[in-house]
Ligand binder design. Structure first.
Ligand SMILES: Cc1cc2nc3c(=O)[nH]c(=O)nc-3n(C[C@H](O)[C@H](O)[C@H](O)COP(=O)(O)OP(=O)(O)OC[C@H]3O[C@@H](n4cnc5c(N)ncnc54)[C@H](O)[C@@H]3O)c2cc1C
Length: 395
Protein backbone atom coordinates (compact mmCIF):
# COMPACT_ATOMS: atom_id res chain seq x y z
CA UNK A 1 0.00 0.00 0.00
CA UNK A 2 1.35 3.41 -0.95
CA UNK A 3 -0.45 6.32 0.66
CA UNK A 4 1.64 9.04 -1.01
CA UNK A 5 0.46 11.03 -4.02
CA UNK A 6 2.39 10.52 -7.27
CA UNK A 7 4.50 13.36 -8.76
CA UNK A 8 1.77 13.79 -11.43
CA UNK A 9 -0.88 14.13 -8.72
CA UNK A 10 1.25 16.64 -6.82
CA UNK A 11 1.72 18.68 -10.03
CA UNK A 12 -2.03 18.51 -10.63
CA UNK A 13 -2.62 19.86 -7.12
CA UNK A 14 -0.34 22.84 -7.76
CA UNK A 15 -2.10 23.61 -11.07
CA UNK A 16 -5.53 23.38 -9.38
CA UNK A 17 -4.43 25.66 -6.51
CA UNK A 18 -3.06 28.28 -8.90
CA UNK A 19 -6.14 28.23 -11.12
CA UNK A 20 -8.54 28.45 -8.17
CA UNK A 21 -6.64 31.43 -6.73
CA UNK A 22 -7.23 33.31 -10.00
CA UNK A 23 -10.77 32.19 -10.85
CA UNK A 24 -12.83 31.55 -7.73
CA UNK A 25 -15.87 33.89 -7.48
CA UNK A 26 -15.56 36.16 -4.46
CA UNK A 27 -19.20 37.33 -4.27
CA UNK A 28 -21.94 35.49 -2.35
CA UNK A 29 -24.01 32.82 -4.10
CA UNK A 30 -27.71 33.88 -4.23
CA UNK A 31 -29.56 31.33 -2.03
CA UNK A 32 -32.28 30.26 -4.48
CA UNK A 33 -34.27 30.76 -7.68
CA UNK A 34 -33.07 31.92 -11.08
CA UNK A 35 -30.30 34.12 -9.61
CA UNK A 36 -28.86 31.03 -7.88
CA UNK A 37 -29.12 29.04 -11.12
CA UNK A 38 -27.28 31.77 -13.03
CA UNK A 39 -24.49 31.79 -10.43
CA UNK A 40 -24.14 27.97 -10.48
CA UNK A 41 -24.15 27.58 -14.27
CA UNK A 42 -21.73 30.51 -14.69
CA UNK A 43 -19.32 28.72 -12.31
CA UNK A 44 -19.82 25.45 -14.22
CA UNK A 45 -19.06 27.28 -17.48
CA UNK A 46 -15.93 28.83 -15.94
CA UNK A 47 -14.81 25.34 -14.92
CA UNK A 48 -15.50 24.01 -18.42
CA UNK A 49 -13.65 26.85 -20.17
CA UNK A 50 -10.73 26.45 -17.76
CA UNK A 51 -10.47 22.67 -18.40
CA UNK A 52 -11.70 21.67 -14.92
CA UNK A 53 -15.21 20.31 -15.63
CA UNK A 54 -15.76 16.54 -15.45
CA UNK A 55 -12.29 15.81 -14.09
CA UNK A 56 -12.99 12.05 -13.89
CA UNK A 57 -15.35 11.91 -16.93
CA UNK A 58 -14.20 10.42 -20.27
CA UNK A 59 -12.59 12.91 -22.69
CA UNK A 60 -15.02 11.95 -25.49
CA UNK A 61 -17.88 13.54 -23.51
CA UNK A 62 -16.02 16.74 -22.71
CA UNK A 63 -14.40 15.51 -19.47
CA UNK A 64 -10.73 15.53 -18.53
CA UNK A 65 -10.29 11.71 -18.47
CA UNK A 66 -8.44 11.87 -15.13
CA UNK A 67 -8.73 9.69 -12.03
CA UNK A 68 -11.04 9.87 -9.00
CA UNK A 69 -7.94 10.69 -6.94
CA UNK A 70 -7.39 13.80 -9.08
CA UNK A 71 -11.06 14.65 -8.65
CA UNK A 72 -10.57 14.36 -4.89
CA UNK A 73 -7.44 16.52 -4.98
CA UNK A 74 -9.42 19.16 -6.85
CA UNK A 75 -12.12 19.12 -4.14
CA UNK A 76 -9.43 19.42 -1.45
CA UNK A 77 -7.96 22.44 -3.18
CA UNK A 78 -11.41 23.95 -3.66
CA UNK A 79 -12.11 23.68 0.10
CA UNK A 80 -8.63 25.01 0.92
CA UNK A 81 -9.25 28.10 -1.24
CA UNK A 82 -12.07 29.09 1.16
CA UNK A 83 -14.81 29.74 -1.44
CA UNK A 84 -18.02 31.62 -0.55
CA UNK A 85 -20.15 28.58 -1.55
CA UNK A 86 -20.19 24.78 -1.23
CA UNK A 87 -20.24 22.40 -4.19
CA UNK A 88 -22.91 19.94 -3.14
CA UNK A 89 -25.49 22.72 -2.70
CA UNK A 90 -25.15 23.63 -6.36
CA UNK A 91 -28.06 23.05 -8.73
CA UNK A 92 -25.50 21.45 -11.09
CA UNK A 93 -24.96 18.66 -8.52
CA UNK A 94 -27.34 16.02 -9.95
CA UNK A 95 -26.08 16.34 -13.54
CA UNK A 96 -22.42 16.21 -12.56
CA UNK A 97 -22.57 13.64 -9.81
CA UNK A 98 -25.19 11.05 -10.66
CA UNK A 99 -27.34 11.93 -13.71
CA UNK A 100 -24.33 12.27 -16.01
CA UNK A 101 -22.47 9.25 -14.56
CA UNK A 102 -25.66 7.15 -15.02
CA UNK A 103 -25.83 8.16 -18.70
CA UNK A 104 -22.14 7.26 -19.08
CA UNK A 105 -22.85 3.81 -17.57
CA UNK A 106 -26.28 3.02 -19.08
CA UNK A 107 -27.21 5.60 -21.78
CA UNK A 108 -27.12 5.08 -25.55
CA UNK A 109 -24.82 7.05 -27.88
CA UNK A 110 -27.45 9.69 -28.72
CA UNK A 111 -28.32 10.30 -25.08
CA UNK A 112 -24.64 10.60 -24.18
CA UNK A 113 -23.70 12.96 -27.00
CA UNK A 114 -26.71 15.27 -26.46
CA UNK A 115 -26.61 15.57 -22.68
CA UNK A 116 -23.13 14.89 -21.32
CA UNK A 117 -21.21 17.81 -22.90
CA UNK A 118 -24.19 20.10 -22.17
CA UNK A 119 -24.09 19.14 -18.45
CA UNK A 120 -20.37 19.88 -18.29
CA UNK A 121 -20.73 23.23 -20.11
CA UNK A 122 -23.45 24.33 -17.67
CA UNK A 123 -26.05 24.41 -20.46
CA UNK A 124 -28.24 21.77 -18.76
CA UNK A 125 -29.34 21.59 -15.13
CA UNK A 126 -30.74 18.23 -13.98
CA UNK A 127 -32.94 17.15 -11.08
CA UNK A 128 -34.01 13.77 -9.72
CA UNK A 129 -37.62 12.50 -9.76
CA UNK A 130 -37.40 9.28 -7.75
CA UNK A 131 -39.25 9.77 -4.41
CA UNK A 132 -43.04 9.83 -4.14
CA UNK A 133 -45.31 10.40 -1.14
CA UNK A 134 -45.72 6.60 -0.79
CA UNK A 135 -42.28 5.55 -2.08
CA UNK A 136 -39.14 6.91 -0.42
CA UNK A 137 -37.12 4.22 1.36
CA UNK A 138 -39.27 1.66 -0.41
CA UNK A 139 -38.56 3.17 -3.83
CA UNK A 140 -39.66 0.00 -5.61
CA UNK A 141 -43.28 0.79 -4.64
CA UNK A 142 -43.38 3.89 -6.86
CA UNK A 143 -46.66 4.40 -8.69
CA UNK A 144 -46.16 7.35 -11.09
CA UNK A 145 -47.39 5.59 -14.23
CA UNK A 146 -46.37 5.80 -17.87
CA UNK A 147 -48.40 4.27 -20.72
CA UNK A 148 -46.99 3.73 -24.22
CA UNK A 149 -48.89 5.66 -26.92
CA UNK A 150 -47.25 5.43 -30.37
CA UNK A 151 -43.62 6.47 -29.95
CA UNK A 152 -44.27 8.30 -26.68
CA UNK A 153 -44.78 7.55 -22.99
CA UNK A 154 -47.73 9.33 -21.36
CA UNK A 155 -46.85 10.02 -17.70
CA UNK A 156 -49.36 10.72 -14.93
CA UNK A 157 -48.59 10.90 -11.23
CA UNK A 158 -46.56 12.73 -8.60
CA UNK A 159 -43.02 13.04 -7.28
CA UNK A 160 -41.88 14.76 -4.07
CA UNK A 161 -38.67 16.18 -2.54
CA UNK A 162 -37.32 17.00 -6.00
CA UNK A 163 -34.34 19.25 -5.27
CA UNK A 164 -33.97 22.20 -7.69
CA UNK A 165 -37.00 21.14 -9.82
CA UNK A 166 -37.85 24.85 -10.20
CA UNK A 167 -34.59 25.61 -12.02
CA UNK A 168 -33.91 22.28 -13.78
CA UNK A 169 -34.03 21.65 -17.54
CA UNK A 170 -34.12 17.82 -17.33
CA UNK A 171 -35.04 15.18 -14.81
CA UNK A 172 -33.94 11.62 -14.19
CA UNK A 173 -37.49 10.27 -13.80
CA UNK A 174 -38.59 6.82 -12.58
CA UNK A 175 -42.00 5.66 -13.83
CA UNK A 176 -44.02 2.44 -13.66
CA UNK A 177 -44.37 1.12 -17.19
CA UNK A 178 -45.66 -2.40 -16.40
CA UNK A 179 -48.07 -2.49 -13.43
CA UNK A 180 -48.61 -6.27 -13.87
CA UNK A 181 -44.92 -7.12 -13.30
CA UNK A 182 -43.35 -7.72 -9.84
CA UNK A 183 -42.69 -4.32 -8.28
CA UNK A 184 -38.98 -4.02 -9.15
CA UNK A 185 -39.48 -5.24 -12.72
CA UNK A 186 -41.99 -2.88 -14.35
CA UNK A 187 -40.07 0.38 -13.81
CA UNK A 188 -38.36 2.57 -16.46
CA UNK A 189 -35.74 5.36 -16.07
CA UNK A 190 -36.54 8.21 -18.47
CA UNK A 191 -35.11 11.60 -19.33
CA UNK A 192 -37.91 14.11 -18.75
CA UNK A 193 -37.67 17.59 -20.28
CA UNK A 194 -39.00 19.87 -17.52
CA UNK A 195 -40.56 22.23 -20.09
CA UNK A 196 -42.93 19.53 -21.43
CA UNK A 197 -46.64 20.50 -21.12
CA UNK A 198 -48.49 18.96 -18.15
CA UNK A 199 -45.73 19.42 -15.55
CA UNK A 200 -46.67 21.43 -12.45
CA UNK A 201 -43.90 22.32 -9.97
CA UNK A 202 -44.91 23.38 -6.45
CA UNK A 203 -42.07 24.51 -4.13
CA UNK A 204 -41.86 23.21 -0.53
CA UNK A 205 -40.31 25.49 2.11
CA UNK A 206 -37.95 23.78 4.57
CA UNK A 207 -37.29 24.67 8.22
CA UNK A 208 -34.03 26.28 7.04
CA UNK A 209 -36.24 28.70 5.04
CA UNK A 210 -35.06 27.41 1.67
CA UNK A 211 -37.36 26.46 -1.21
CA UNK A 212 -34.97 24.13 -3.06
CA UNK A 213 -37.45 21.26 -2.76
CA UNK A 214 -40.61 20.81 -4.82
CA UNK A 215 -43.50 18.49 -5.42
CA UNK A 216 -43.81 17.75 -9.14
CA UNK A 217 -47.14 16.72 -10.70
CA UNK A 218 -47.43 15.08 -14.14
CA UNK A 219 -50.72 15.31 -16.02
CA UNK A 220 -50.48 13.23 -19.21
CA UNK A 221 -46.94 14.43 -19.93
CA UNK A 222 -45.78 13.05 -23.30
CA UNK A 223 -42.14 11.90 -23.29
CA UNK A 224 -40.53 10.35 -26.42
CA UNK A 225 -39.71 6.63 -26.04
CA UNK A 226 -36.22 7.56 -27.23
CA UNK A 227 -35.73 9.12 -23.76
CA UNK A 228 -35.85 5.74 -21.98
CA UNK A 229 -32.37 5.00 -20.58
CA UNK A 230 -31.47 1.29 -20.69
CA UNK A 231 -34.31 -1.07 -21.57
CA UNK A 232 -38.03 -0.44 -21.01
CA UNK A 233 -39.11 -2.02 -17.69
CA UNK A 234 -35.46 -2.46 -16.66
CA UNK A 235 -35.21 0.94 -14.97
CA UNK A 236 -34.59 -0.57 -11.53
CA UNK A 237 -31.13 -1.70 -12.66
CA UNK A 238 -30.44 1.81 -14.04
CA UNK A 239 -31.76 3.41 -10.82
CA UNK A 240 -29.42 1.21 -8.74
CA UNK A 241 -26.56 2.55 -10.80
CA UNK A 242 -27.75 6.14 -10.14
CA UNK A 243 -27.97 5.41 -6.40
CA UNK A 244 -24.57 3.74 -6.35
CA UNK A 245 -23.08 7.02 -7.65
CA UNK A 246 -25.24 9.07 -5.27
CA UNK A 247 -24.19 6.97 -2.26
CA UNK A 248 -20.66 6.26 -3.45
CA UNK A 249 -18.89 9.25 -4.99
CA UNK A 250 -21.40 12.12 -5.24
CA UNK A 251 -20.72 13.57 -1.81
CA UNK A 252 -16.92 13.47 -2.08
CA UNK A 253 -16.70 17.29 -2.14
CA UNK A 254 -18.84 17.61 0.96
CA UNK A 255 -16.82 15.02 2.88
CA UNK A 256 -13.70 17.03 2.15
CA UNK A 257 -15.28 20.41 2.88
CA UNK A 258 -16.30 19.11 6.32
CA UNK A 259 -12.64 19.02 7.39
CA UNK A 260 -12.41 22.74 6.65
CA UNK A 261 -15.61 23.37 8.63
CA UNK A 262 -14.07 21.66 11.70
CA UNK A 263 -10.91 23.80 11.44
CA UNK A 264 -13.07 26.96 11.21
CA UNK A 265 -14.98 25.80 14.27
CA UNK A 266 -11.74 25.31 16.21
CA UNK A 267 -10.87 28.95 15.36
CA UNK A 268 -14.31 30.04 16.59
CA UNK A 269 -13.74 28.14 19.85
CA UNK A 270 -10.50 30.09 20.39
CA UNK A 271 -12.26 33.46 20.18
CA UNK A 272 -15.61 32.75 21.84
CA UNK A 273 -16.09 32.34 25.56
CA UNK A 274 -17.15 28.91 26.75
CA UNK A 275 -19.66 27.80 29.44
CA UNK A 276 -19.32 30.01 32.54
CA UNK A 277 -18.39 33.01 30.39
CA UNK A 278 -14.78 33.38 31.60
CA UNK A 279 -12.45 31.25 29.48
CA UNK A 280 -12.34 30.67 25.71
CA UNK A 281 -14.54 27.75 24.64
CA UNK A 282 -11.49 25.78 23.52
CA UNK A 283 -10.33 25.59 27.15
CA UNK A 284 -13.54 23.88 28.25
CA UNK A 285 -12.70 20.21 28.74
CA UNK A 286 -15.91 18.82 27.26
CA UNK A 287 -15.96 21.12 24.20
CA UNK A 288 -12.27 20.57 23.44
CA UNK A 289 -12.77 16.78 23.72
CA UNK A 290 -15.65 16.95 21.23
CA UNK A 291 -13.64 19.19 18.88
CA UNK A 292 -10.70 16.78 18.98
CA UNK A 293 -13.05 13.86 18.29
CA UNK A 294 -14.56 15.67 15.29
CA UNK A 295 -11.08 16.46 13.94
CA UNK A 296 -10.10 12.79 14.27
CA UNK A 297 -13.38 11.70 12.66
CA UNK A 298 -12.98 13.95 9.60
CA UNK A 299 -9.49 12.45 9.21
CA UNK A 300 -11.09 8.98 9.37
CA UNK A 301 -13.68 10.12 6.81
CA UNK A 302 -10.89 11.22 4.45
CA UNK A 303 -9.22 7.82 4.85
CA UNK A 304 -12.53 6.06 4.13
CA UNK A 305 -13.02 8.25 1.05
CA UNK A 306 -9.57 7.37 -0.29
CA UNK A 307 -10.15 3.67 0.44
CA UNK A 308 -13.49 3.94 -1.42
CA UNK A 309 -11.80 5.52 -4.45
CA UNK A 310 -9.19 2.79 -4.43
CA UNK A 311 -11.93 0.11 -4.28
CA UNK A 312 -13.90 1.76 -7.12
CA UNK A 313 -10.83 1.57 -9.37
CA UNK A 314 -11.31 -2.19 -9.44
CA UNK A 315 -15.03 -2.10 -10.32
CA UNK A 316 -17.15 -0.51 -13.05
CA UNK A 317 -19.75 0.91 -10.65
CA UNK A 318 -19.27 2.01 -7.01
CA UNK A 319 -20.18 -0.94 -4.75
CA UNK A 320 -22.42 -1.10 -1.64
CA UNK A 321 -19.44 -0.06 0.54
CA UNK A 322 -20.28 3.55 -0.45
CA UNK A 323 -23.16 3.27 2.04
CA UNK A 324 -20.64 2.99 4.92
CA UNK A 325 -19.09 6.31 3.92
CA UNK A 326 -22.47 7.94 3.33
CA UNK A 327 -23.71 6.76 6.76
CA UNK A 328 -20.60 7.88 8.69
CA UNK A 329 -20.51 11.19 6.79
CA UNK A 330 -24.22 11.98 7.38
CA UNK A 331 -24.03 11.39 11.13
CA UNK A 332 -20.65 13.16 11.48
CA UNK A 333 -21.99 16.18 9.56
CA UNK A 334 -24.77 16.47 12.16
CA UNK A 335 -22.36 16.05 15.11
CA UNK A 336 -20.13 18.85 13.75
CA UNK A 337 -22.99 21.36 13.39
CA UNK A 338 -24.52 20.33 16.75
CA UNK A 339 -21.15 21.08 18.34
CA UNK A 340 -21.01 24.40 16.45
CA UNK A 341 -24.27 25.50 18.07
CA UNK A 342 -23.01 24.46 21.53
CA UNK A 343 -19.92 26.64 21.00
CA UNK A 344 -21.73 29.60 19.47
CA UNK A 345 -24.56 29.62 22.00
CA UNK A 346 -27.27 32.30 21.83
CA UNK A 347 -25.80 33.95 18.70
CA UNK A 348 -26.95 30.84 16.86
CA UNK A 349 -30.56 32.05 17.05
CA UNK A 350 -29.77 34.35 14.13
CA UNK A 351 -30.73 32.42 11.03
CA UNK A 352 -29.49 34.90 8.47
CA UNK A 353 -25.95 36.13 8.24
CA UNK A 354 -25.31 39.29 10.28
CA UNK A 355 -21.59 39.97 10.38
CA UNK A 356 -21.02 36.28 9.83
CA UNK A 357 -23.10 35.23 12.88
CA UNK A 358 -25.83 33.26 11.11
CA UNK A 359 -23.46 31.17 9.04
CA UNK A 360 -23.63 28.22 11.46
CA UNK A 361 -27.40 28.08 11.98
CA UNK A 362 -28.56 27.57 8.37
CA UNK A 363 -26.12 24.66 7.86
CA UNK A 364 -27.15 23.22 11.27
CA UNK A 365 -30.79 23.12 10.16
CA UNK A 366 -29.72 21.71 6.77
CA UNK A 367 -27.64 19.04 8.50
CA UNK A 368 -30.80 17.09 9.41
CA UNK A 369 -31.15 16.30 5.70
CA UNK A 370 -27.81 14.46 5.66
CA UNK A 371 -29.25 11.36 7.34
CA UNK A 372 -32.26 11.29 4.96
CA UNK A 373 -31.30 12.31 1.38
CA UNK A 374 -30.02 9.60 -0.97
CA UNK A 375 -31.46 6.97 1.41
CA UNK A 376 -31.87 7.34 5.19
CA UNK A 377 -29.22 6.11 7.62
CA UNK A 378 -31.51 3.16 8.47
CA UNK A 379 -31.50 2.16 4.80
CA UNK A 380 -27.70 2.61 4.57
CA UNK A 381 -27.36 0.37 7.66
CA UNK A 382 -29.57 -2.26 6.01
CA UNK A 383 -27.38 -2.13 2.87
CA UNK A 384 -24.16 -2.41 4.87
CA UNK A 385 -25.62 -5.29 6.91
CA UNK A 386 -27.01 -7.26 3.99
CA UNK A 387 -24.67 -6.48 1.09
CA UNK A 388 -21.32 -5.72 2.74
CA UNK A 389 -21.42 -7.89 5.87
CA UNK A 390 -23.64 -10.64 4.36
CA UNK A 391 -26.12 -10.65 7.28
CA UNK A 392 -29.61 -12.13 6.72
CA UNK A 393 -32.04 -9.90 4.76
CA UNK A 394 -34.52 -7.76 6.72
CA UNK A 395 -38.02 -8.94 5.74
C1 LIG B 1 -31.86 17.09 1.24
C2 LIG B 1 -32.70 16.07 0.54
C3 LIG B 1 -32.72 16.08 -0.83
C4 LIG B 1 -33.53 15.17 -1.50
N1 LIG B 1 -33.57 15.27 -2.85
C5 LIG B 1 -34.33 14.40 -3.54
C6 LIG B 1 -34.41 14.52 -4.97
O1 LIG B 1 -33.83 15.43 -5.57
N2 LIG B 1 -35.17 13.64 -5.61
C7 LIG B 1 -35.84 12.63 -4.97
O2 LIG B 1 -36.46 11.82 -5.66
N3 LIG B 1 -35.82 12.51 -3.62
C8 LIG B 1 -35.09 13.38 -2.90
N4 LIG B 1 -35.06 13.30 -1.52
C9 LIG B 1 -35.94 12.34 -0.84
C10 LIG B 1 -35.22 11.19 -0.15
O3 LIG B 1 -34.66 10.31 -1.09
C11 LIG B 1 -36.24 10.50 0.77
O4 LIG B 1 -36.64 11.44 1.74
C12 LIG B 1 -35.64 9.29 1.46
O5 LIG B 1 -35.38 8.27 0.54
C13 LIG B 1 -36.57 8.76 2.57
O6 LIG B 1 -37.84 8.55 2.09
P1 LIG B 1 -39.12 9.13 2.87
O7 LIG B 1 -38.89 10.60 3.11
O8 LIG B 1 -40.33 8.75 2.11
O9 LIG B 1 -39.11 8.45 4.30
P2 LIG B 1 -39.71 7.00 4.63
O10 LIG B 1 -39.24 6.02 3.62
O11 LIG B 1 -41.17 7.13 4.83
O12 LIG B 1 -38.99 6.66 6.01
C14 LIG B 1 -39.54 7.08 7.29
C15 LIG B 1 -38.66 6.48 8.37
O13 LIG B 1 -38.75 5.04 8.35
C16 LIG B 1 -37.46 4.46 8.25
N5 LIG B 1 -37.51 3.26 7.41
C17 LIG B 1 -38.21 3.10 6.25
N6 LIG B 1 -37.99 1.88 5.72
C18 LIG B 1 -37.13 1.25 6.56
C19 LIG B 1 -36.52 -0.04 6.56
N7 LIG B 1 -36.75 -0.92 5.57
N8 LIG B 1 -35.67 -0.35 7.57
C20 LIG B 1 -35.41 0.54 8.57
N9 LIG B 1 -35.99 1.77 8.64
C21 LIG B 1 -36.82 2.12 7.64
C22 LIG B 1 -36.60 5.53 7.59
O14 LIG B 1 -35.23 5.37 7.90
C23 LIG B 1 -37.18 6.81 8.20
O15 LIG B 1 -36.62 7.05 9.46
C24 LIG B 1 -34.31 14.21 -0.80
C25 LIG B 1 -34.27 14.21 0.59
C26 LIG B 1 -33.51 15.13 1.27
C27 LIG B 1 -33.53 15.14 2.76
Amino acid sequence: MNLDFTPDEDAFRVRARTWLADNLPTHERPPQGQAMREFDVAWQRTLFDGGWAGINWPVEFGGQGLSDIQQMIWYEEFARADPPFTLNNSCTFVGNNHGGPTLIACGNDDQKSVHLPAILRGDEVWCQGFSEPGAGSDLGSLSCKAVVDGDELVVTGQKIWTSYADVADFQELLVRTDPSAPKHKGISWVICDMTFPGIDIRPIETMAHTTDFAEVFYDEVRIPLANVVGQMNEGWRVAMSTLSFERGTAFMADQIELAKVVENLIDEARTRTGPGGKRPAIQDEELSRRLATCRAEVAALRAMTIAGISRNRRTELPGPEGSMIRLFHGELHQRVYRLALDIIGADAFRLTSIDGEGVWTGPYLQSFAYTIGGGTTDIQRNIVGERVLGLPRVK
